[in-house]
Ligand binder design. Structure first.
Ligand code: ATP
Length: 324
């Protein structure tokens, strides 16, 4: 909690960009000004904070961004900020620019940075924005729904051609450490196999056997969804083709999943989380993370939030197999 009355609030976006970050910036600026705060944008995440890239933001500065992917504040990663000296410097910069509080929109790493700043006595609020949906304390992160829908649309197209040629398609989706996109997109597109970094797999039993069983019951195509961190798609595809004799192709969806206009879910989550953050600041409540838990937007203590854990289990993954 801060002793000083909060007047000037900085907003930054950090880590990977996610569709809906702009909607969150808009909500923060407009709800903030409505509440009587002066709002500022910090460009290029913690890197820009350390370089004093701070600009005032008025209600009209956030016009026409609600529907746009990416982030108007831009994002960057900063090694300098990970060190204590960088964080102390950030505190000094905030003092020079008279910023009383900072709202950080980003993923787990960005939240770790915000937590470090809060330990230095800086009033912070975190809003989860990452397509990976891997921030432990929240059921939902801004950008996740849009990224899943983008991936789904692409896979539906791949499926059409895979079906016509009776091929197997191995599709890599984003998720270096977490398989949330793979798990849900896999189920939504009717994938035969989903491979994620959290759950160990055996190629013979979990991949080849499932594909061959599919062929034996008359399937004409096979979709294998692989989260980025679960293995090399090219290698997996070559092994599938060698073992099963089924022609196999790979597609890496990559950054296409990061962009695009946010879905209704992401615009709403971003807007509601932005409003919630401003409500906290109005009450002088800081050191908070805005989260969605059980369908409700809440604020929780940053220390408690950072200590929480969530991970996909083998049981959750195996549910997909019941659909064949
Ligand atoms: P995404 O999930 O989209 O990758 P992220 O927020 O997890 O988003 P990171 O690159 O991990 O992305 O973190 C963004 C920035 O936060 C880093 O460049 C760094 O400046 C800061 N940061 C990350 N981890 C820490 C930490 N442990 N302590 C302080 N700052 C950190």
């Amino acid at each position: 909690m801060s002793e000083k009355k909060i007047k000037k609030i900085g907003i930054l976006t950090s880590g990977g960009d996610a569709p809906g970050m702009n909607a969150a910036i808009r909500a923060l600026v407009r709800a903030g000004i409505h509440a009587g705060f002066e709002m500022y944008g910090v460009k290029r995440g913690y890197k820009g904070l350390l370089e004093g890239e701070i600009i005032p933001l008025g209600t009209r500065d956030v016009s026409e961004i609600l529907h746009r992917g990416g982030t108007i504040l831009m994002t960057a990663r900063s090694k300098e900020f990970v060190d204590k000296s960088g964080q102390e410097k950030a505190k000094e910069i905030m003092k020079v620019y008279e910023l009383d509080a900072l709202v950080v929109i980003g993923g787990d790493g960005s939240f770790r940075g915000a937590y470090e700043l809060s330990k230095l006595g800086i009033p912070v609020i975190g809003i989860p924005g990452t397509i990976d949906n891997d921030v432990s304390c929240t059921d939902y992160c801004i950008g996740y729904d849009t990224a899943m829908n983008t991936a789904l649309e692409a896979i539906d197209r791949i499926r059409d051609t895979a079906s016509s040629h009776e091929r197997c398609s191995v599709v890599e989706v984003m998720g270096r450490d977490a398989g949330y996109i793979a798990l849900n997109v896999g189920m939504a597109c009717g994938a035969e196999v989903i491979l994620i970094p959290e759950v160990k797999y055996n190629l013979e039993k979990d991949v080849y056997k499932v594909i061959l069983e599919g062929r034996n019951v008359g399937k004409h195509h096979y979709i294998v969804i692989v989260a980025e961190g679960a293995g090399d798609v090219q290698e997996i595809a070559e092994k599938i083709e060698t073992f099963t004799g089924i022609e196999t192709r790979t597609t890496v969806l990559g950054y296409v999943q990061r962009g695009g206009s946010p879905t209704v879910k992401d615009r709403l989550a971003a807007s509601q989380m932005g409003i919630k953050a401003i409500e906290c600041l109005e009450k002088g409540k800081t050191g908070r993370l805005i989260v969605e838990q059980g369908g409700e937007i809440k604020d929780i203590d940053i220390k408690k939030g950072m200590a929480m854990k969530k991970q996909i289990t083998a049981e959750e993954l195996s549910e997909n197999l019941k659909l064949f």
